[in-house]
Design a binder for this molecule. Sequence first.
Ligand code: 5RP
Length: 226
Amino acid sequence: MDRDALKNMAADAAVEYVKDGQIVGWGTGSTLRFVVGKLSGRIKKGLRIRGVATSLETARLAREAGIPLLADDAEWVVDLALDGADQVDPRLNLIKGGGGALLKEKIVAAAATRFVVVVDETKRVPVLGGSFPLPVEVVPFGWRTLAKRLERLGCRVTPRMKDGALFVTEVGHYILDLWFSKIDDPIRLEAELEKTPGVVCTGLFVGRADLAVVATQQGIVTLTRP
Ligand code: 5RP
């Protein structure tokens, strides 16, 4: 099975968690595209759900699938957040933000009663870091100085680029990608980063996921947070 077939399989399993009447938080990325796509059939058959989208792209997909969205400034009670991840460790700690939507994704995950991560087996790692950088969303003011300071944490820092210019998030921030050989203590690193002025949000999601739906060549594996 190729990656898309695995994502498709993960999406099939993930939508089983969506129940009638729920408010669902929708993450961002290629896996979530499969998930949102799967629901349009069920909605046509009568499933009633509403949603909160973590990016303009997901909002567009949700509308196309017939999912009504709550206003960004409404007071949401999110029953279920569904999102992808770039890395998942055995404790269900995550690196997210490959698509640059980490801030909205973290806000929605924090607002959710249940957070289910939807991934294919290539995202599972014994330890976070290494092959994938940790995205850190920062304010534009002073970003080069901040990047130098973050290097002192023992990582290489590269600003996220798009089409030859600095990548700008939907809320007007930049992203610094922090390349660690490994992240042994994600709790400590998250705390260290979040107290650094200029840092808005990190792609470390520690102790937030309740469940991971993992598509493997052998079928679906469901992992719960230990
Ligand atoms: C976007 C994310 C995505 O969930 C993450 O990058 C995984 O994306 P994909 O499903 O395309 O592999 O965090 O900010």
